[in-house]
Write a protein that binds this ligand. Sequence first.
Ligand SMILES: [Zn+2]
Length: 493
Amino acid sequence: MKKNPQTIKPIILLNIDSLMSEPLEVAVQTGRAPALEFLMENGTYIPNMVSSFPTMSVTIDSSLLTGTYADMHHVPGLTWFDDSRKEIINYGTGFRETFRLGIRRSVHNMLYRLNNEHLSSKVSTIYEDLAEMGLPSASINSFVYRGNTPRKLRVPRLLSTLTRFENGEWTTKTPPIMSLGIFSKLRQHGFTPQIAAGNYKYTARELKYLIRKNNLPAFTFCIFQDLDSRIHFKGPMDIKGIAKIDKQIQKMLNMYSSWEEALNRNVWMVMGDNGHSPTGANYKKFIIDLRKILKKYRIARIERPVHKKDQLVLCVNQRMAYIYVLDKNIPLSAIVEQVKNDQRIDIIAWKEENYIQIKSGMREGSLRYFPTGDYKDVYNQTWGIEGNPNLLDLHMTNNKQLSYGDYPDALARIYSALHSHSGRFIVVNAKPGCDFKSQSNPFHLSGAAHGSLHKQETLVPLVIAGTTEKIKFPRLVDMKELILRLCSQAINK
Ligand SMILES: [Zn+2]
Protein backbone atom coordinates (compact mmCIF):
# COMPACT_ATOMS: atom_id res chain seq x y z
CA MET A 1 0.00 0.00 0.00
CA LYS A 2 1.41 3.41 -0.93
CA LYS A 3 1.31 5.79 2.01
CA ASN A 4 -0.08 9.23 1.50
CA PRO A 5 3.01 11.46 1.55
CA GLN A 6 0.89 14.37 2.81
CA THR A 7 0.67 12.81 6.27
CA ILE A 8 4.43 12.58 6.66
CA LYS A 9 6.35 15.46 8.16
CA PRO A 10 9.77 15.02 6.57
CA ILE A 11 12.68 14.63 8.97
CA ILE A 12 15.90 16.41 8.06
CA LEU A 13 18.88 15.23 10.09
CA LEU A 14 21.94 17.43 9.70
CA ASN A 15 25.10 15.81 10.97
CA ILE A 16 27.70 18.52 11.41
CA ASP A 17 30.92 16.56 11.66
CA SER A 18 32.72 17.48 14.90
CA LEU A 19 30.12 19.99 16.14
CA MET A 20 30.64 20.31 19.89
CA SER A 21 28.39 21.77 22.58
CA GLU A 22 30.72 24.37 24.05
CA PRO A 23 31.68 26.16 20.79
CA LEU A 24 28.07 25.78 19.61
CA GLU A 25 26.81 27.54 22.74
CA VAL A 26 29.41 30.29 22.36
CA ALA A 27 28.48 30.75 18.70
CA VAL A 28 24.81 31.04 19.65
CA GLN A 29 25.39 33.36 22.62
CA THR A 30 27.49 35.73 20.52
CA GLY A 31 24.93 35.89 17.71
CA ARG A 32 27.11 33.99 15.24
CA ALA A 33 24.67 31.12 14.64
CA PRO A 34 21.10 32.48 14.40
CA ALA A 35 19.66 29.43 12.60
CA LEU A 36 21.00 26.99 15.16
CA GLU A 37 19.84 29.36 17.90
CA PHE A 38 16.34 29.35 16.43
CA LEU A 39 16.22 25.55 16.29
CA MET A 40 17.57 25.26 19.85
CA GLU A 41 15.11 27.80 21.26
CA ASN A 42 12.15 26.24 19.48
CA GLY A 43 13.13 22.66 20.13
CA THR A 44 14.96 20.39 22.53
CA TYR A 45 18.68 20.85 23.04
CA ILE A 46 20.67 17.95 24.44
CA PRO A 47 24.31 18.98 24.97
CA ASN A 48 25.58 15.53 25.88
CA MET A 49 24.47 12.78 23.51
CA VAL A 50 26.77 9.74 23.72
CA SER A 51 28.54 8.78 20.49
CA SER A 52 29.86 5.30 19.63
CA PHE A 53 33.36 3.83 20.09
CA PRO A 54 35.81 4.32 18.52
CA THR A 55 34.67 7.91 17.98
CA MET A 56 35.45 7.74 14.26
CA SER A 57 33.02 8.72 11.53
CA VAL A 58 32.45 5.34 9.81
CA THR A 59 31.70 3.60 13.10
CA ILE A 60 29.53 6.50 14.27
CA ASP A 61 27.49 6.75 11.05
CA SER A 62 27.02 2.96 11.07
CA SER A 63 25.73 3.18 14.67
CA LEU A 64 23.42 6.05 13.84
CA LEU A 65 21.91 4.36 10.79
CA THR A 66 21.56 0.88 12.31
CA GLY A 67 20.78 1.83 15.92
CA THR A 68 23.48 -0.56 17.12
CA TYR A 69 27.05 -0.41 18.36
CA ALA A 70 29.92 -2.02 16.47
CA ASP A 71 29.37 -5.48 18.05
CA MET A 72 26.23 -5.65 15.89
CA HIS A 73 27.04 -3.55 12.82
CA HIS A 74 30.65 -4.81 12.45
CA VAL A 75 32.32 -1.61 11.27
CA PRO A 76 35.10 -1.48 13.91
CA GLY A 77 36.77 1.79 12.97
CA LEU A 78 38.42 3.75 10.24
CA THR A 79 41.11 1.11 10.13
CA TRP A 80 41.11 -2.47 11.42
CA PHE A 81 42.50 -5.90 10.59
CA ASP A 82 40.42 -8.52 8.80
CA ASP A 83 41.75 -11.72 10.37
CA SER A 84 39.97 -14.07 7.96
CA ARG A 85 41.67 -12.49 4.94
CA LYS A 86 44.81 -11.36 6.79
CA GLU A 87 44.29 -7.88 5.43
CA ILE A 88 44.44 -4.40 6.94
CA ILE A 89 41.23 -2.58 6.10
CA ASN A 90 41.55 1.16 5.76
CA TYR A 91 38.71 3.33 4.52
CA GLY A 92 41.16 6.13 3.69
CA THR A 93 43.41 7.32 6.50
CA GLY A 94 41.81 10.42 7.80
CA PHE A 95 38.62 9.43 5.91
CA ARG A 96 36.71 12.66 5.84
CA GLU A 97 39.71 14.66 6.97
CA THR A 98 42.48 13.87 4.50
CA PHE A 99 40.90 11.76 1.84
CA ARG A 100 43.44 11.05 -0.85
CA LEU A 101 42.63 9.05 -3.94
CA GLY A 102 46.15 7.72 -4.15
CA ILE A 103 45.24 4.52 -2.39
CA ARG A 104 43.29 2.25 -4.68
CA ARG A 105 42.40 -0.14 -1.91
CA SER A 106 40.95 2.61 0.30
CA VAL A 107 38.65 3.76 -2.46
CA HIS A 108 37.40 0.25 -2.99
CA ASN A 109 37.02 -0.34 0.76
CA MET A 110 35.22 2.91 1.35
CA LEU A 111 32.92 3.01 -1.63
CA TYR A 112 32.05 -0.63 -1.93
CA ARG A 113 33.14 -3.04 0.79
CA LEU A 114 32.08 -0.85 3.72
CA ASN A 115 28.43 -1.00 2.65
CA ASN A 116 28.34 -4.28 0.78
CA GLU A 117 30.62 -6.53 2.81
CA HIS A 118 31.54 -5.07 6.20
CA LEU A 119 28.31 -3.48 7.42
CA SER A 120 26.56 -6.55 8.83
CA SER A 121 23.59 -7.89 6.87
CA LYS A 122 22.08 -8.95 10.22
CA VAL A 123 21.26 -5.34 11.05
CA SER A 124 19.14 -2.99 8.97
CA THR A 125 19.67 0.68 8.25
CA ILE A 126 17.05 3.40 8.70
CA TYR A 127 16.83 3.56 4.89
CA GLU A 128 16.08 -0.18 4.63
CA ASP A 129 13.47 -0.06 7.40
CA LEU A 130 11.73 2.95 5.87
CA ALA A 131 11.68 1.21 2.47
CA GLU A 132 9.93 -1.72 4.19
CA MET A 133 7.35 0.78 5.46
CA GLY A 134 6.91 2.11 1.92
CA LEU A 135 8.67 5.38 2.76
CA PRO A 136 11.43 7.02 0.71
CA SER A 137 14.61 8.44 2.20
CA ALA A 138 17.68 10.39 1.15
CA SER A 139 21.39 10.25 1.90
CA ILE A 140 23.54 13.30 1.18
CA ASN A 141 27.29 13.08 1.57
CA SER A 142 27.47 9.92 3.69
CA PHE A 143 29.87 7.07 2.95
CA VAL A 144 27.62 4.71 4.89
CA TYR A 145 24.61 4.57 2.62
CA ARG A 146 23.13 1.05 2.41
CA GLY A 147 19.49 1.07 1.31
CA ASN A 148 17.11 -0.99 -0.84
CA THR A 149 17.35 0.71 -4.21
CA PRO A 150 19.90 -0.70 -6.69
CA ARG A 151 21.92 2.14 -8.13
CA LYS A 152 24.83 2.39 -10.48
CA LEU A 153 27.59 4.59 -9.09
CA ARG A 154 30.26 5.82 -11.45
CA VAL A 155 33.80 6.99 -11.05
CA PRO A 156 34.72 9.49 -13.79
CA ARG A 157 36.99 8.01 -16.45
CA LEU A 158 40.00 9.96 -15.26
CA LEU A 159 39.83 8.20 -11.91
CA SER A 160 38.43 4.83 -12.90
CA THR A 161 41.89 3.23 -12.97
CA LEU A 162 42.09 3.82 -9.23
CA THR A 163 39.19 1.54 -8.43
CA ARG A 164 38.74 -2.18 -8.78
CA PHE A 165 35.47 -1.75 -10.67
CA GLU A 166 35.18 -2.53 -14.33
CA ASN A 167 34.87 0.74 -16.30
CA GLY A 168 34.80 2.52 -12.95
CA GLU A 169 31.16 1.51 -12.48
CA TRP A 170 29.53 -0.59 -9.83
CA THR A 171 26.06 -1.39 -8.62
CA THR A 172 25.17 -0.97 -4.99
CA LYS A 173 22.01 -0.53 -2.94
CA THR A 174 21.30 2.96 -1.69
CA PRO A 175 18.34 5.03 -0.50
CA PRO A 176 16.04 6.16 -3.37
CA ILE A 177 17.65 9.64 -3.22
CA MET A 178 21.40 9.67 -3.01
CA SER A 179 24.09 12.32 -3.30
CA LEU A 180 27.77 11.46 -2.89
CA GLY A 181 30.25 13.80 -4.51
CA ILE A 182 31.02 12.98 -8.12
CA PHE A 183 29.72 9.44 -7.75
CA SER A 184 26.06 10.38 -7.52
CA LYS A 185 24.55 13.84 -7.84
CA LEU A 186 21.03 15.20 -7.40
CA ARG A 187 21.65 18.21 -9.63
CA GLN A 188 23.13 16.75 -12.78
CA HIS A 189 25.28 19.77 -13.54
CA GLY A 190 26.26 20.61 -9.98
CA PHE A 191 29.99 21.24 -9.72
CA THR A 192 31.72 19.12 -7.08
CA PRO A 193 34.65 20.93 -5.50
CA GLN A 194 35.95 17.79 -3.84
CA ILE A 195 36.10 14.35 -5.34
CA ALA A 196 34.77 12.09 -2.63
CA ALA A 197 32.18 14.33 -1.12
CA GLY A 198 31.05 17.89 -1.39
CA ASN A 199 32.08 20.76 0.84
CA TYR A 200 29.46 22.46 3.02
CA LYS A 201 28.20 24.75 0.26
CA TYR A 202 27.82 21.90 -2.20
CA THR A 203 26.10 19.77 0.42
CA ALA A 204 23.68 22.57 1.27
CA ARG A 205 22.89 23.10 -2.43
CA GLU A 206 21.98 19.44 -2.84
CA LEU A 207 19.64 19.62 0.15
CA LYS A 208 18.12 22.93 -0.94
CA TYR A 209 17.42 21.34 -4.31
CA LEU A 210 15.22 18.74 -2.59
CA ILE A 211 13.41 21.47 -0.65
CA ARG A 212 12.87 23.62 -3.73
CA LYS A 213 11.53 20.70 -5.79
CA ASN A 214 9.21 19.82 -2.90
CA ASN A 215 10.86 16.43 -2.95
CA LEU A 216 11.91 15.93 0.67
CA PRO A 217 11.38 12.24 1.55
CA ALA A 218 10.30 10.97 4.98
CA PHE A 219 13.92 11.07 6.16
CA THR A 220 16.98 12.89 4.87
CA PHE A 221 20.41 12.36 6.37
CA CYS A 222 22.86 15.06 5.38
CA ILE A 223 26.48 15.37 6.51
CA PHE A 224 28.46 18.60 6.65
CA GLN A 225 32.04 17.51 6.89
CA ASP A 226 34.14 20.65 6.70
CA LEU A 227 34.28 21.48 10.38
CA ASP A 228 36.27 18.36 11.25
CA SER A 229 39.43 19.19 9.32
CA ARG A 230 39.35 22.79 10.59
CA ILE A 231 39.25 21.59 14.17
CA HIS A 232 42.07 19.06 13.69
CA PHE A 233 44.33 22.01 12.89
CA LYS A 234 42.77 24.92 14.77
CA GLY A 235 41.69 23.15 17.95
CA PRO A 236 38.19 22.60 19.36
CA MET A 237 37.02 26.18 19.88
CA ASP A 238 36.68 27.12 16.22
CA ILE A 239 33.54 29.29 16.01
CA LYS A 240 34.04 30.49 12.43
CA GLY A 241 33.37 27.05 10.98
CA ILE A 242 30.06 26.84 12.86
CA ALA A 243 29.06 30.32 11.64
CA LYS A 244 29.69 29.29 8.02
CA ILE A 245 27.51 26.21 8.24
CA ASP A 246 24.84 28.18 10.12
CA LYS A 247 24.64 30.54 7.14
CA GLN A 248 23.75 27.56 4.95
CA ILE A 249 21.04 26.45 7.40
CA GLN A 250 19.66 30.02 7.37
CA LYS A 251 19.36 29.76 3.59
CA MET A 252 17.37 26.54 3.97
CA LEU A 253 15.02 28.06 6.55
CA ASN A 254 14.64 31.12 4.32
CA MET A 255 13.11 28.93 1.62
CA TYR A 256 9.89 28.86 3.68
CA SER A 257 7.54 31.80 4.22
CA SER A 258 8.95 32.05 7.75
CA TRP A 259 11.33 30.07 9.94
CA GLU A 260 8.29 28.99 12.01
CA GLU A 261 6.77 27.62 8.81
CA ALA A 262 9.97 25.62 8.19
CA LEU A 263 9.33 23.98 11.58
CA ASN A 264 5.66 23.38 10.82
CA ARG A 265 6.57 21.62 7.63
CA ASN A 266 9.58 19.55 8.73
CA VAL A 267 11.25 18.02 11.74
CA TRP A 268 14.77 19.47 11.95
CA MET A 269 17.49 17.64 13.81
CA VAL A 270 21.07 18.81 14.14
CA MET A 271 23.79 16.72 15.72
CA GLY A 272 27.54 16.45 16.12
CA ASP A 273 29.16 13.05 15.61
CA ASN A 274 32.26 13.24 17.78
CA GLY A 275 34.04 15.73 19.95
CA HIS A 276 37.74 16.51 19.93
CA SER A 277 40.50 16.37 22.46
CA PRO A 278 42.96 19.27 22.18
CA THR A 279 46.40 17.80 21.59
CA GLY A 280 49.64 19.02 23.12
CA ALA A 281 52.47 20.66 21.18
CA ASN A 282 55.40 18.55 22.33
CA TYR A 283 55.93 15.44 20.19
CA LYS A 284 57.82 13.46 22.83
CA LYS A 285 55.20 14.17 25.45
CA PHE A 286 51.98 13.75 23.52
CA ILE A 287 52.55 11.30 20.68
CA ILE A 288 52.43 7.67 21.77
CA ASP A 289 54.53 5.73 19.29
CA LEU A 290 53.20 2.18 19.52
CA ARG A 291 55.97 0.79 17.35
CA LYS A 292 58.53 2.02 19.84
CA ILE A 293 56.67 0.56 22.81
CA LEU A 294 56.36 -2.79 21.02
CA LYS A 295 59.72 -2.72 19.29
CA LYS A 296 60.79 -6.17 20.39
CA TYR A 297 58.09 -7.70 18.20
CA ARG A 298 57.92 -7.95 14.44
CA ILE A 299 55.18 -5.55 13.36
CA ALA A 300 53.45 -5.81 9.96
CA ARG A 301 54.24 -2.99 7.51
CA ILE A 302 51.13 -1.36 6.05
CA GLU A 303 52.42 -1.03 2.49
CA ARG A 304 52.72 -4.77 1.88
CA PRO A 305 50.62 -7.87 2.66
CA VAL A 306 50.95 -9.30 6.15
CA HIS A 307 53.89 -11.74 6.26
CA LYS A 308 53.61 -15.01 8.12
CA LYS A 309 56.53 -13.97 10.32
CA ASP A 310 54.72 -10.79 11.39
CA GLN A 311 53.78 -11.02 15.06
CA LEU A 312 51.67 -7.88 15.49
CA VAL A 313 49.45 -5.62 13.42
CA LEU A 314 48.69 -2.07 14.58
CA CYS A 315 45.59 -0.22 13.44
CA VAL A 316 45.47 3.30 14.83
CA ASN A 317 42.22 5.25 14.99
CA GLN A 318 43.76 8.49 16.23
CA ARG A 319 43.37 8.31 20.05
CA MET A 320 42.32 4.67 20.02
CA ALA A 321 44.17 1.70 18.58
CA TYR A 322 43.67 -1.99 17.90
CA ILE A 323 46.75 -4.14 18.58
CA TYR A 324 46.45 -7.55 16.90
CA VAL A 325 48.57 -10.43 18.12
CA LEU A 326 49.03 -12.80 15.19
CA ASP A 327 51.72 -14.95 16.80
CA LYS A 328 49.84 -17.56 18.82
CA ASN A 329 52.91 -18.06 21.02
CA ILE A 330 52.59 -14.56 22.41
CA PRO A 331 49.94 -14.35 25.14
CA LEU A 332 47.82 -11.18 25.07
CA SER A 333 48.97 -10.57 28.64
CA ALA A 334 52.56 -10.08 27.43
CA ILE A 335 51.46 -7.23 25.16
CA VAL A 336 49.27 -5.78 27.92
CA GLU A 337 52.31 -5.66 30.23
CA GLN A 338 54.30 -3.77 27.60
CA VAL A 339 51.68 -1.10 26.89
CA LYS A 340 50.87 -0.78 30.59
CA ASN A 341 54.29 0.80 31.09
CA ASP A 342 53.16 3.90 29.24
CA GLN A 343 51.33 6.22 31.63
CA ARG A 344 49.61 8.01 28.77
CA ILE A 345 47.51 4.94 27.96
CA ASP A 346 44.48 5.23 30.21
CA ILE A 347 42.51 2.13 29.18
CA ILE A 348 43.70 -1.27 27.98
CA ALA A 349 40.92 -3.76 27.21
CA TRP A 350 40.76 -7.29 25.87
CA LYS A 351 38.59 -10.40 25.90
CA GLU A 352 39.38 -13.36 28.11
CA GLU A 353 36.92 -16.26 28.08
CA ASN A 354 33.56 -14.67 28.90
CA TYR A 355 35.02 -11.60 30.54
CA ILE A 356 36.27 -8.28 29.40
CA GLN A 357 39.50 -7.40 31.16
CA ILE A 358 40.55 -3.83 31.85
CA LYS A 359 43.95 -2.49 32.90
CA SER A 360 45.49 0.95 32.73
CA GLY A 361 48.85 2.62 32.31
CA MET A 362 47.67 5.36 34.67
CA ARG A 363 45.83 3.51 37.40
CA GLU A 364 46.67 0.50 39.53
CA GLY A 365 44.66 -2.70 39.77
CA SER A 366 42.36 -4.38 37.33
CA LEU A 367 38.70 -4.67 36.50
CA ARG A 368 36.75 -7.34 34.71
CA TYR A 369 33.14 -7.38 33.59
CA PHE A 370 30.57 -9.25 31.54
CA PRO A 371 27.09 -8.51 30.19
CA THR A 372 24.03 -9.40 32.29
CA GLY A 373 24.70 -9.27 36.01
CA ASP A 374 23.59 -7.55 39.23
CA TYR A 375 24.51 -4.00 38.28
CA LYS A 376 22.09 -1.89 36.30
CA ASP A 377 23.38 1.17 34.46
CA VAL A 378 21.63 4.41 33.51
CA TYR A 379 20.69 2.93 30.13
CA ASN A 380 18.96 -0.10 31.72
CA GLN A 381 21.79 -2.44 30.71
CA THR A 382 22.93 -4.97 33.31
CA TRP A 383 26.49 -6.03 34.04
CA GLY A 384 28.54 -8.25 36.29
CA ILE A 385 31.57 -6.32 37.57
CA GLU A 386 34.58 -7.37 39.64
CA GLY A 387 37.65 -5.36 40.62
CA ASN A 388 38.52 -1.68 40.75
CA PRO A 389 35.71 0.48 39.27
CA ASN A 390 38.03 3.52 39.11
CA LEU A 391 39.69 2.11 36.02
CA LEU A 392 36.61 3.07 34.01
CA ASP A 393 35.48 5.84 36.38
CA LEU A 394 32.33 3.85 37.19
CA HIS A 395 30.08 5.21 39.93
CA MET A 396 28.21 2.55 41.89
CA THR A 397 25.55 2.90 44.56
CA ASN A 398 24.79 0.42 47.35
CA ASN A 399 21.72 -0.81 45.52
CA LYS A 400 23.85 -1.69 42.50
CA GLN A 401 22.93 1.25 40.31
CA LEU A 402 25.68 2.23 37.93
CA SER A 403 26.50 5.53 36.28
CA TYR A 404 29.42 6.78 34.20
CA GLY A 405 31.96 9.56 34.69
CA ASP A 406 34.78 10.27 32.23
CA TYR A 407 33.84 7.40 29.91
CA PRO A 408 30.12 7.56 29.03
CA ASP A 409 28.41 4.20 28.42
CA ALA A 410 31.89 2.70 28.78
CA LEU A 411 30.91 -0.92 29.42
CA ALA A 412 28.71 -1.30 26.33
CA ARG A 413 31.06 0.68 24.11
CA ILE A 414 34.23 -1.21 25.04
CA TYR A 415 32.28 -4.46 24.70
CA SER A 416 31.17 -3.37 21.23
CA ALA A 417 34.70 -2.63 19.98
CA LEU A 418 35.99 -5.95 21.33
CA HIS A 419 33.14 -7.85 19.62
CA SER A 420 33.12 -5.87 16.38
CA HIS A 421 35.27 -8.37 14.49
CA SER A 422 37.14 -11.62 15.02
CA GLY A 423 40.80 -12.06 15.93
CA ARG A 424 43.12 -11.84 18.94
CA PHE A 425 43.47 -8.19 19.79
CA ILE A 426 43.76 -5.53 22.47
CA VAL A 427 42.10 -2.12 22.52
CA VAL A 428 44.12 0.82 23.84
CA ASN A 429 42.81 4.29 24.60
CA ALA A 430 44.98 7.40 25.01
CA LYS A 431 44.54 9.87 27.85
CA PRO A 432 43.32 13.38 26.88
CA GLY A 433 45.89 15.42 24.96
CA CYS A 434 47.69 12.39 23.50
CA ASP A 435 47.55 10.78 20.09
CA PHE A 436 48.69 7.32 18.93
CA LYS A 437 51.16 6.85 16.15
CA SER A 438 52.19 3.72 14.32
CA GLN A 439 53.43 3.77 10.76
CA SER A 440 52.63 6.97 8.83
CA ASN A 441 49.15 7.56 10.18
CA PRO A 442 48.29 11.25 10.65
CA PHE A 443 48.75 12.66 14.12
CA HIS A 444 47.71 16.05 15.38
CA LEU A 445 50.16 18.14 17.39
CA SER A 446 48.83 21.48 18.72
CA GLY A 447 45.44 20.78 17.22
CA ALA A 448 42.81 18.23 18.18
CA ALA A 449 42.06 14.56 17.70
CA HIS A 450 39.37 12.02 18.48
CA GLY A 451 38.77 8.28 18.48
CA SER A 452 38.83 7.59 22.20
CA LEU A 453 36.25 6.62 24.78
CA HIS A 454 36.73 9.80 26.81
CA LYS A 455 33.78 12.17 27.33
CA GLN A 456 35.60 14.96 25.48
CA GLU A 457 35.16 13.09 22.23
CA THR A 458 32.09 11.13 23.20
CA LEU A 459 29.56 13.80 24.19
CA VAL A 460 28.03 15.65 21.26
CA PRO A 461 25.12 18.10 20.90
CA LEU A 462 21.72 17.13 19.56
CA VAL A 463 18.93 19.56 18.63
CA ILE A 464 15.42 18.32 17.81
CA ALA A 465 12.88 20.85 16.56
CA GLY A 466 9.47 20.51 14.93
CA THR A 467 8.30 17.65 17.13
CA THR A 468 7.69 17.07 20.83
CA GLU A 469 8.81 13.43 20.65
CA LYS A 470 11.81 12.65 22.85
CA ILE A 471 14.81 10.38 22.39
CA LYS A 472 14.68 7.40 24.78
CA PHE A 473 18.23 7.87 26.05
CA PRO A 474 20.63 10.63 24.98
CA ARG A 475 22.74 8.24 22.91
CA LEU A 476 23.47 8.17 19.22
CA VAL A 477 22.40 4.49 19.05
CA ASP A 478 18.94 5.58 20.19
CA MET A 479 18.44 8.01 17.29
CA LYS A 480 17.19 5.33 14.91
CA GLU A 481 14.35 4.34 17.22
CA LEU A 482 13.24 8.00 17.48
CA ILE A 483 13.32 8.50 13.70
CA LEU A 484 11.38 5.30 12.98
CA ARG A 485 8.90 6.14 15.76
CA LEU A 486 8.22 9.56 14.21
CA CYS A 487 7.74 8.01 10.77
CA SER A 488 5.46 5.21 11.91
CA GLN A 489 3.32 7.61 13.97
CA ALA A 490 2.93 9.76 10.89
CA ILE A 491 1.75 6.91 8.66
CA ASN A 492 -0.60 5.55 11.32
CA LYS A 493 -2.29 8.90 11.82
ZN1 LIG B 1 38.31 13.98 12.43
